[in-house]
Design a protein around this ligand. Structure first.
Ligand code: 5AD
Ligand code: SF4
Length: 477
C-alpha cells in the first residue's frame, strides 16, 4: 500500500469556501490524501480563494509567492509539491493565474471540485491542468460525503450548501460570474446529508447559499419547495436542535420563510439580511431590486412572526455617486432598524462588473471616514445588544472546551459566544445559562440548572477575545 499523501488546504472568504474545503478533503480522501496543518510536509496545497473585493483576491498572489519558495526547497530534496488554486479567483482569473504563476499546477473553479482527482492525474501526466467550466452534471452528486469520523472531528455545528450561485446581478458584485447561475439542490439530497450529520453528533445546521432564500429545490413530491418548506422538513430530523440559514436577499423573503420563523422553535431568531445602503437612489444604481421601504417591510414581517428576532446586515460605503446625503440615509436606516451586528465594507471596483465602469467615484479618504462613522454606529448597537443579555437566562448550545481549563464555550441563539465552568459532557446540549457579565465580545455565565455548575469568578480577564458574530458569513445576497 502507498503511504498516505498529505493535503494542506487554506480557505479565504465566506462560509461556503469553508464548506467547499471540507468537500474537497472528503473527495480526495479515497485517493489516499490525509489533511496536514502545515505546508512544509504537504504533497498537495490547495488555496481556496475569494474574489469578492480586491484585497481578498490580491492575497492569492502573495501567498503563491511564499509557496513557490516552499516548493523550490522541497524540489531540492527530490520532493514534488502540487499547488492548486481553487475558489472564485480561480474561476475569474484562471488563464491569468496560469500565466502569472508558473508554480501553480492546477486551477479549478468552484463548480468542478468533483473533478479534482482527474485534474491531479492530468497535471501529473501533462504538467498543468485548468478547469473553470460550469459542467452540466450536478457536482454534489459526485462529491464524496464525509466519513463518520470526519463528521465527529468537525464538531456539533455544520454547514450544508442548499443553493449556489446568484441571478440578481447587483452592479458591484462578482458572485453571479464566479459562482454562476442560481442552482438549488433537491430536497431529498439535503435531507440525507442532514440526517447523516445528525446521526454522527451534529446538532446545529446552517443552510448556506449565495442567495439562500431564493432556494427552489425539487421535492420528493415532484413540486418545487421553498426555503421555508425545506426548513419545516429539516426540523423533523431527530437530533437537530438548531437551524440557521445564510445569506438572504430582501426580495426573496416569502410567506413560507416567515411561517417557518413563526412555527419552528429550532429555527434560530437571528437573520442575516444585507441591505447594502439606506439610500433608494444608491440601491437603484446598485441594481438591488429593492427599496429601503421594501427592506423595512421585510423586517416588519419577521418581527411580527417572532418578536425576539434580531438582524445583521452588510453595507457598502462609497459606492460610485454616493453623496453625504445618501450616506446619512444609510446611518438613518441603521438607527431605525437597530442591528445585533453588521459588516461594512468600502466599495471595491471589481473587473467585469457594471459598477466598475461608473465614473463618479468617491475618494479613498471619504470612504475611510464614512466607514469609521458607520462602524461606530454599528458597534454601539452591537454593544447595547450584547449588554442587554446580562442578567437574563438564555439557551446556549455548547460546542467545545474553551482555552481556559474547565471552561466550555457555546453560542446563544444570536451566535454570541457564551462561557461557563462545567464538565465537557454538556457539549452538544442546549442548556439555560444565566448571563453574568460581558467580556469584550463574550458572555460569561453560570449554568442555570446543572447540578455541577460553578460560576466563573475572576476568570473573565482570561477569556480569549472572539467576535460575537463569526467573521465569515456566506458571501452573497
Ligand atoms: N465592494 C465592496 N463590498 C462588496 N461586497 C460585495 N461586492 C463588493 C464590492 N465590489 C460586500 C456586500 C456583500 C458582502 C458579502 O460583500 O456587502 O453583501
Ligand atoms: Fe447576488 Fe448578493 Fe452578489 Fe447581489 S450582492 S449579486 S444578491 S450575491
Amino acid at each position: 500500500m502507498n503511504p498516505p499523501r498529505k493535503l494542506h488546504i487554506k480557505s479565504y472568504g465566506c462560509q461556503m469556501n469553508v464548506y467547499d474545503a471540507q468537500r474537497m478533503v472528503d473527495t480526495l480522501a479515497p485517493e489516499g490524501f490525509v489533511e496536514t496543518a502545515s505546508v512544509d510536509d504537504a504533497d498537495l496545497v490547495i488555496l481556496n480563494t475569494c474574489h469578492i473585493r480586491e484585497k481578498a483576491s490580491e492575497k492569492v498572489y502573495s501567498e503563491l509567492g511564499r509557496l513557490r519558495a516552499v516548493k523550490d526547497e522541497a524540489a531540492r530534496h527530490g520532493r514534488h509539491i502540487n499547488i492548486a488554486v481553487a475558489g472564485c479567483v480561480a474561476q475569474a482569473e484562471g488563464q491569468e493565474i496560469i500565466r502569472r504563476a508558473p508554480t501553480v499546477d492546477i486551477v479549478v473553479g468552484p463548480q468542478s471540485y468533483h473533478h479534482l482527482p482527474q485534474l491531479l492525474a492530468h497535471a501529473k501526466r501533462h504538467g498543468r491542468a485548468l478547469e473553470t467550466e460550469f459542467p452540466i452534471e450536478d457536482k454534489f452528486g459526485f462529491l464524496a460525503p464525509p466519513q463518520p469520523d470526519k463528521i465527529r472531528a468537525r464538531g456539533i455545528s455544520s454547514f450544508v450548501t442548499v443553493q449556489e450561485g446568484c441571478d440578481k446581478f447587483c452592479s458591484f458584485c462578482v458572485v453571479p460570474y464566479t459562482r454562476g447561475a442560481e442552482v438549488s439542490r433537491p430536497v431529498t439530497k439535503i435531507v440525507d446529508d442532514v440526517r447523516r450529520l445528525a446521526e454522527n453528533g451534529v446538532r446545529e445546521i446552517t443552510l448556506i447559499g449565495q442567495n439562500v432564500n431564493a432556494y427552489h429545490g425539487e421535492g420528493a413530491d415532484g413540486r418545487i419547495w421553498s426555503l421555508g418548506n425545506l426548513l419545516h422538513r429539516l426540523a423533523e430530523i431527530p437530533g437537530i436542535v438548531r437551524l440557521r440559514y445564510s445569506t438572504s436577499h430582501p426580495r426573496d423573503v416569502d410567506d413560507s420563510l416567515i411561517a417557518a420563523h413563526r412555527d419552528l422553535p429550532s429555527l434560530m431568531p437571528f437573520v442575516h439580511l444585507p441591505v447594502q445602503s439606506g439610500s433608494d437612489r444608491i440601491l437603484a444604481a446598485m441594481n438591488r431590486k429593492h427599496t429601503t421601504g421594501d427592506y423595512r417591510r421585510a423586517i416588519d414581517r419577521f418581527r411580527a412572526a417572532r418578536q425576539d428576532i434580531a438582524f445583521s446586515s452588510d453595507f457598502i460605503v462609497g459606492f460610485p455617486g454616493e453623496t453625504e446625503e445618501d450616506f446619512l440615509a444609510t446611518l438613518a436606516l441603521v438607527t431605525q432598524i437597530g442591528y445585533a451586528g453588521a459588516y461594512s465594507f468600502k466599495y471595491s471596483p471589481r473587473p467585469g462588473t457594471p459598477a466598475a465602469e461608473m465614473r463618479e467615484t468617491v475618494s479613498a479618504d471619504e470612504m475611510d471616514v464614512r466607514l469609521v462613522r458607520l462602524q461606530e454606529l454599528i458597534d454601539s448597537q452591537q454593544s447595547a445588544f450584547n449588554a442587554a443579555a446580562i442578567g437574563n437566562t438564555v439557551d446556549v448550545l455548547f460546542e467545545r472546551s474553551a482555552r481556559n481549563p474547565g471552561q466550555i464555550v457555546g453560542r446563544t441563539a444570536y451566535l454570541q459566544p457564551a462561557h461557563v465552568m462545567a464538565s465537557p459532557d454538556i457539549i452538544g446540549q442546549v442548556l439555560p445559562v444565566r448571563i453574568e457579565s460581558l467580556e469584550r465580545y463574550s458572555l460569561l455565565g453560570e449554568l442555570a440548572t446543572h447540578p455541577n455548575a460553578r460560576a466563573i469568578q475572576g476568570a473573565s480577564s482570561q477569556v480569549a477575545p472572539s467576535r460575537m458574530i463569526p467573521p465569515q458569513m456566506t458571501t452573497g445576497a
